[in-house]
Design a protein around this ligand. Sequence first.
Ligand SMILES: [Fe+2]
Length: 409
Amino acid sequence: MTAPVSELPVVEFAELSSRWNRQPCVVRGLEELGALDVYDIYSRIGAAFRAGIHRRPDDVKLFTAPPAPSGLGGCLPDPAERDFAAYAARVSRELGKDWSFVLNSAQAVSPELYRQARDVLTRLRETENGLPAGVADCFIVAGSYATGPTQIHKDTADVFLYVAEGVKTMLLWPYDALSAHVPQDADPLHDYVALRVDPSAVDVAPLRLSGRPGEVLYWPSSYWHCAESDGRPSLSLHLAAHRNRDMAPVWAGAFARAGVGAAAHRWEISERAVGGAELAFGREAAEAATSAVHQWSLGRHSTANFEILPELGPRTAPDRAARRAVALQRAPISWAVDAGRPADVIVAANGRSFRVPARQQVLALLGALAGLEAGAALDLEPWSAPSGPVGDAAGVLEAVYAAGAVDLL
Ligand SMILES: [Fe+2]
């Protein structure tokens, strides 16, 4: 058999920003993803699903020709099945047809996966185009197709695909190449849209993006795509960065938390009221809501947009006489002066947020913590008495430790 050839450029991750949200490519420089045991993560999801303790069972989906089997759990890896090829062969035998699992929120069962994926996104956030507004999510795709590609579709996310087992080939088309096939009532910018057209019936040749185990493929959200199979089982890990976010519910929640907006009539304000002091919720409540949205936003920033997180907190009490804080992840915290209450600073670590008074000494600690690389240590002497860290600094360190962002040694 001829080795698959990538027809698209190979780009170093450090140079990806020029293609981010623009063009598909093979990505080099994310070799650390190779340290992840994707099949082990898949097995952990299978074990949680079978035991009925999966936090989001709807995230486990099996695609197969109808009828789908009734016992989904039986088609997921058994803890005794330590080998992906043997597992895939067993499922193919049992189902006797093409099958494909898609498991969303994979990072929920693996702190290692969450931290690695967060690191990829955090590095992208520092580039010119930054991160998109939507949520980030990791999902695993496992399956075996005897024939043909899957349906052509478009997601709302930019996707990195790490090949763990087998060969993955994606056929890709720029948005405009197939836009004539979009159903009239569809909204491809904000929704997943599948086309009712077979790849062989499309008159525009696709770009072919192919990867073998250890390789990473990337395509932007604007590209139509489908998978092409060589007939053998494959296993891949996907990191999706969704493009859009509807902020209306966030603002509504913030106003509700500020004590306004729960009663519908308060939103029915006149134009004149909006311009002046008559505004029903008043300046104080508006500031409180702004502050709440700011806090939400920093919490999100601290997770690089992941909303579904694994258990990250420590299992032991912090060392109160600690001399060093060691980062468990790149940029362990996010922080900013509170837009609604400028005397306070909002601090967030792995989605947990809190406020501290904006004093010089604590600001210096926050700046130092936010700049740490994974594994780097910060000497805590400037914030310590002989007994260990003191004052607001001690509170910050304990909260950041509790969020699983640093170790205190
Ligand atoms: Fe897709």
